[in-house]
Write a protein that binds this ligand. Structure first.
Ligand code: ZN
Length: 265
């Protein structure tokens, strides 16, 4: 087993932390913020460490140093997607390409980072009626579904329905049915560069979703699945000089580049 597989998984739980400040119903459910509840759920498991970062922190709590020390980033946002600095979004995207795992939660479907990595609208339909959600396991052999029965239910949720404007997922782990009749692809995976991405739908702020036992199980599973495999690829587009070609070649034709010039121009 490689050292990467035995060392603790370092998770950074990112929370927008806006509803907790503005709405008593959210504060009552999450007195220390949704991010702290998510982090506490993750660290119930041995081998996972979690720290929190919020929109209000300098650099949104996502400095180069913090991201370099993050194996998996979780992202919850809703009311303030537009306030997330584009420079930070680019930084997170680069880290995903290099191998950092990313778990996007609920209304994070409309975050800058998710839309950027998906390259599509990430639009969906929705309704806030406190209705029941039944999450069906599409693939019982998938590690993210470990410990979950054929399905689990959440008694009160916000409905998200199809069409969901995402690229076809690499793997479909959960699909949801709602009391009102809609269905939704509620657990999906992709790979972007070296990084693994999981979108997980539940998480509306006015219900105790992140206190739910099954939700906590899925998030722990997802963190283990999304951890980097130990390989990183910093794709800086290096030049390979003629004399370093695997087979001897000589230069033909013209060029815009000086010998030994670094970087893509
Ligand atoms: Zn919501």
């Amino acid at each position: 087993m490689s050292p990467a597989a035995t060392s603790p998984i370092r998770v950074t739980v990112w929370g927008e932390n806006v509803h907790e400040q503005k709405h008593q119903v959210v504060r009552d459910l999450y007195p220390q913020g949704m991010h702290r509840c998510i982090a506490d759920g993750l660290t119930e498991a041995e081998g996972i460490t979690a720290c929190c970062a919020t929109l209000q922190d300098p650099e949104h709590g996502l400095s180069d140093e913090i991201l370099d020390a993050t194996d998996v980033l979780t992202w919850w946002g809703h009311a303030a997607h537009g306030q997330v600095d584009d420079k930070i979004v680019e930084r997170v995207q680069r880290r995903v390409w290099e191998g950092m795992g990313l778990i996007v939660l609920h209304s994070g479907h409309y975050s800058k980072i998710f839309k950027r990595l998906m390259g599509t609208s990430c639009s969906l339909t929705w309704r806030e009626a406190g209705e029941k959600e039944r999450l069906w396991v599409c693939n019982p052999g998938h590690p993210i579904a470990a410990g979950i029965d054929r399905y689990f239910e959440l008694p009160n949720t916000e409905m998200y329905g199809e069409p969901f404007g995402i690229p076809t997922p690499d793997e479909q782990v959960f699909i949801s049915w709602f009391e009102g009749g809609e269905v939704f692809r509620s657990g999906c995976t992709w790979k972007r560069g070296q990084g693994r991405i999981f979108y997980f739908r539940p998480g509306h702020e006015t219900y105790p979703i992140y206190h739910d036992r099954n939700v906590k199980t899925v998030l722990k599973n997802a963190v283990r699945w999304a951890r980097p495999d130990g390989q990183t690829w910093k794709d800086t587009c290096p030049n390979v000089p003629i004399e370093q070609a695997p087979e001897p070649i000589s230069k033909k034709g013209g060029s815009l580049h000086a010998p030994g010039e670094e970087g893509y121009k």
